[in-house]
Design a protein around this ligand. Structure first.
Ligand code: HEC
Ligand code: HEC
Ligand code: HEC
Ligand code: HEC
Ligand code: HEC
Ligand code: HEC
Ligand code: HEC
Length: 404
């Protein structure tokens, strides 16, 4: 290599190295200095990171970039009619997406897609207005592969005033810091005064999606220790899953999968770390009470009503789910989890006669965990007066007599 080119490359290299170092060293996580951020895990946990990035948790919320938004924006497929004069059109303008309200063909206002919530079954969207985000009136549903009213929104009157409350972020994101809101008398920092009682959020503190440290707890020290001692093969400075009791393992998921009874809340879900008790966050759990538990959002409550759960001491969510799996397990692979405890099942003559052997052996799920309509969530498609059902898998594992 000629000397002149070295002279050129050398400073460039330093600059590059410096910028690499800076990126890591300068990273400040909005949650505080105990947190390292998901990027920093990749270097040592490549496979897990790669898989988790494609998991529904990572996409439970995101910025509304066109690649994160499902639903059809092409003409003919992108219109919701409220009445003969009023329509909402889903439009792509430049690099941004909008829900545009028209009256008698005249544009009244364009509302930008800023935030996306959801990925697996549905997506709902929000736009920012000052320090608050508001839900857009039309959502996307996978079951119909179509737009429909956002849950409990009107199909005849468009509404742009429903605020995205802090609770949405506490289950769908990894952080959302409170904005400092001026009250009429004095200036107060709401985040320290009233936990989560104000829904104004500081945009730049949002960590979209449910990331590694949302489930595993702050891991900056873990990163630093393993960087310093690369030969250490045993996890340091992090809560290990196997050290938890079965209840603690359950609680790690239940904090977001036990429904949302905000009246019984004791502290913000954001404070939760693995090892914590759910009962320190919510006064009473829906577990055990005979009230009907909706299939939406409360897998923990339904599972707790199953004999499988009640009569075995080791069952938790990871009995059937592996939390950073990228590929969707098949019903046959889920059924393997059933078979691991139920080597045989006493099916009646009738069940055996009416069911093909292959199904009886490889799909326990559709009969014992059938899909049910949510009572909490319904929606309407454009021009359809009927409510469309929102189907989810029940976690009350049981005998459903109509399934034979
Ligand atoms: C410099 C390397 C390094 C970095 C960076 C790193 N880890 Fe680890 N981590 C390890 C080693 C080594 C282990 C122990 C072996 C194993 O389980 O893979 C481990 C284990 C773990 C475990 C398993 C604990 C258990 O249940 O046994 C978790 C969880 C974990 N790390 C989370 C994280 C998270 C989250 C990040 C990013 C914020 C991260 N790690 C970054 C090296 C690292
Ligand atoms: C911080 C809140 C939070 C925690 C903690 C959490 N989840 Fe979730 N989970 C969600 C949300 C929100 C969704 C919906 C994601 C979507 O589709 O947008 C979800 C979706 C899921 C799904 C369906 C998506 C899929 O990939 O099939 C499963 C299964 C699941 N969670 C299991 C678990 C398990 C197991 C744990 C504990 C190890 C856990 N969750 C912990 C909030 C959470
Ligand atoms: C207690 C935790 C919790 C709260 C609070 C919560 N969600 Fe969810 N949400 C979930 C879970 C878990 C799922 C996925 C499984 C289900 O439907 O049971 C989900 C599903 C969704 C979905 C469909 C995503 C999918 O693919 O399954 C959307 C959209 C959504 N939530 C938006 C919101 C909005 C907007 C708010 C605030 C008004 C909110 N959620 C509040 C836990 C929560
Ligand atoms: C939804 C909650 C959740 C999220 C998000 C999550 N994990 Fe985990 N992780 C778990 C649970 C639960 C276990 C224990 C699984 C088991 O032992 O069955 C685990 C196990 C691990 C392990 C040890 C076992 C293994 O699979 O290698 C590592 C390392 C790890 N996680 C790292 C990460 C990293 C890195 C990320 C982010 C890219 C991440 N996790 C995101 C819940 C989560
Ligand atoms: C950790 C072990 C375990 C797993 C995994 C498990 N079960 Fe069970 N299941 C049990 C136990 C224990 C009972 C109670 C048996 C009794 O009462 O004698 C039970 C009871 C049942 C019953 C009878 C319920 C009733 O109300 O009478 C059905 C049906 C059942 N299981 C189906 C399943 C299916 C389907 C799966 C997979 C989705 C599954 N089980 C997974 C342990 C398990
Ligand atoms: C005995 C096995 C089993 C256990 C234990 C279990 N699940 Fe599931 N879960 C399933 C099956 C099967 C499905 C349906 C998958 C499908 O239809 O593709 C499912 C689906 C889900 C979904 C998506 C719901 C939907 O219809 O989109 C969520 C969320 C979920 N589980 C969370 C949890 C949580 C949280 C726990 C622990 C409280 C848990 N599960 C325990 C078997 C189980
Ligand atoms: C076609 C629907 C269907 C399928 C598929 C099915 N079951 Fe059942 N199962 C039933 C019904 C219905 C009963 C109640 C007894 C009866 O009428 O046969 C039952 C009863 C049971 C019981 C309680 C009886 C006992 O043994 O104590 C268990 C456990 C069970 N099933 C497990 C399973 C497992 C595990 C699978 C998958 C390998 C499976 N079932 C597949 C419909 C089904």
């Amino acid at each position: 290599m000629k000397k002149s080119s070295l002279v050129f490359i050398f400073p460039l290299l330093i600059l590059l190295l410096a910028s690499c170092r800076n990126k890591d060293a300068d990273y400040i996580d909005p949650r505080g200095t105990d947190y390292a951020g998901a990027e920093s895990c990749i270097q040592c946990h490549q496979d897990v990171s790669h898989d988790a990035a494609q998991n529904a948790h990572f996409k439970a919320s995101s910025l509304a970039l066109p690649e994160n938004v499902l639903g059809n924006f092409r003409s003919g497929k992108n219109t919701f009619h409220y009445d003969k004069d009023t329509k909402l059109v889903m439009e792509k303008r430049g690099d941004s997406l909008y829900q545009v309200l028209y009256k008698n063909g005249k544009e009244l206002r364009a509302y930008k897609y800023d935030i996306v919530f959801g990925i697996k079954n549905a997506q709902t969207f929000a736009y920012w207005h000052e320090k608050r985000a508001y839900e857009l009136p039309v959502s996307y549903y996978k079951s119909t592969n179509d737009w429909g009213t956002s849950p409990s929104f009107s199909a005849t009157v468009p509404n742009f005033n429903r605020e995205i409350v802090k609770d949405c972020y506490s289950c769908h994101s990894s952080n959302a810091g409170s904005a400092i809101v001026k009250t009429s008398s004095t200036q107060r920092d709401v985040s320290t005064m009233f936990m989560d009682t104000d829904d104004a959020v500081r945009k730049e503190t949002i960590v979209y999606g449910i990331d590694c440290e949302r489930c595993h707890g702050p891991a900056k020290k873990h990163v630093q220790t393993h960087q310093k001692f690369p030969d250490l093969k045993i996890a340091q400075d992090i809560v290990t899953f196997k050290s938890l009791t079965n209840q603690q393992k359950l609680d790690m998921c239940s904090i977001c999968h036990s429904g949302n009874d905000s009246r019984s809340k004791m502290q913000s879900r954001f404070n939760f770390k693995p090892g914590d008790k759910f009962s320190d966050y919510y006064r009473k759990n829906s577990i055990g009470n005979n009230g009907e538990i909706d299939v939406h959002g409360n897998q923990n409550g339904l599972l707790a009503q199953s004999q499988c759960f009640v009569k075995s001491e080791t069952m938790n969510c990871t009995t059937c789910h592996s939390p950073h799996q990228k590929t969707k397990p098949t019903l046959a692979s889920y059924s393997q989890a059933c078979i691991s405890c139920h080597k045989t099942a006493n099916h009646s003559e009738a069940t055996i006669r009416n069911t093909p052997q292959a199904i009886l052996k490889s799909n326990c799920i559709d009969c014992h965990m059938p899909k049910q309509t949510s009572k909490a969530i319904t929606f309407q498609r454009s021009g359809d007066e009927k409510l469309s059902g929102y189907f989810l898998r029940t976690h009350r594992i049981a005998i459903y007599p109509d399934k034979k």
